[in-house]
Design a protein around this ligand. Structure first.
Ligand code: ADP
Length: 267
């Protein structure tokens, strides 16, 4: 079992990624695709007159401020445009893909944060109307049902809270939760960088290998949203995923390139 997460940054060629995903899937590999959508969400939010806001937690993590309106925009872009265009592309490449969000069939279930402590203009504040959370449970039965019938699940990282509210969850950590609950051998995280860079943005400083036991030590190299990727990788390897790879979505055959050892390999 292979879990692939493709990021949501500007300029990623999803069709090229889907073509390669299709090749690997058609080669007999069971796989699940999780996708991002941050860039498109920002564009649509601007167009709808509800521009994105980002908040920094007291522990230094940057995340999207998700009020109810933002959550709805999230649903439009992730579950709508992004998910359906990826499914369309996979269908064109001959794969019977099925798009689902974590809300559907309680695929990704978890804990909504009742209050998040953030720093705004140097001052601590508590936000209580935020629809963000973390994945605790994965409906593996539903995924096995689809996989055993030959479908390729394409998952948008929205989740459902234990109280049945939709919420925004981090895509990398959601992919990590799916990989560990599905006992995947491998999790590949594709984005617009060649992997974890020792001196971002200098691509010649790519870290090629991280022993699983030391992944948290490498957190210091990651800035901003890259921290969540390293955190997701740490969670995945701690929970039994054999190998996590951060790799470049922009190269030719990005999935096969990552499978052959390119990128940052954590094992
Ligand atoms: P995606 O939307 O593809 O999941 P993110 O924006 O969440 O991607 O994270 C990838 C980004 O993290 C890169 O585009 C880069 O700007 C940033 N980054 C910060 N620190 C590093 C680092 N040390 N190595 C690589 N990328 C880094």
């Amino acid at each position: 079992m292979l879990v692939i997460k493709v990021g949501g940054r500007k300029g990623l060629d999803y069709d090229a990624v889907c073509a390669d995903v299709a090749k690997v899937f058609q080669g007999g590999q069971q796989l699940i695709l999780v996708h991002g959508g941050s860039y498109q969400t920002n564009v649509v939010a601007q167009q709808l007159g509800h521009p994105p806001q980002f908040v920094t937690s007291v522990s230094g993590y940057v995340s999207r401020r998700t009020d109810r309106r933002t959550l709805e925009i999230f649903e439009m872009v992730y579950c709508g445009k992004m998910n359906k265009s990826i499914v369309e592309s996979l269908q064109k490449h001959g794969v019977n893909a099925v798009g689902l969000s974590g809300i559907d069939g309680r695929l990704l279930e978890g804990k909504r944060k009742s209050a998040i402590k953030v720093v705004i203009d140097g001052r601590k504040r508590v936000l209580r109307d935020d629809y963000t959370g973390t994945v605790v449970q994965v409906n593996t039965e539903l995924l096995h049902l689809l996989l055993s019938a030959g479908y390729l699940p394409v998952i948008s990282p929205l989740a459902i809270s234990f109280e049945s509210e939709a919420m925004n969850v981090d895509g990398d950590r959601a992919a990590a939760a799916i990989a560990s609950h599905m006992n995947a051998e491998q999790l590949i995280i594709l984005s617009n960088v060649p992997g974890l860079l020792r001196e971002f943005p200098d691509e010649s400083t790519l870290i090629r290998h991280i022993p699983a036991a030391q992944v948290e030590k490498y957190m210091s190299y990651a800035e901003g949203r890259m921290k969540k990727k390293v955190m997701g990788a740490a969670e995945a390897v701690q929970q039994g995923v054999g190998r996590v790879v951060f790799a470049d979505a922009r190269v030719a055959d990005p999935v096969r390139s990552a499978l052959s050892g390119n990128g940052t390999v954590i094992e």
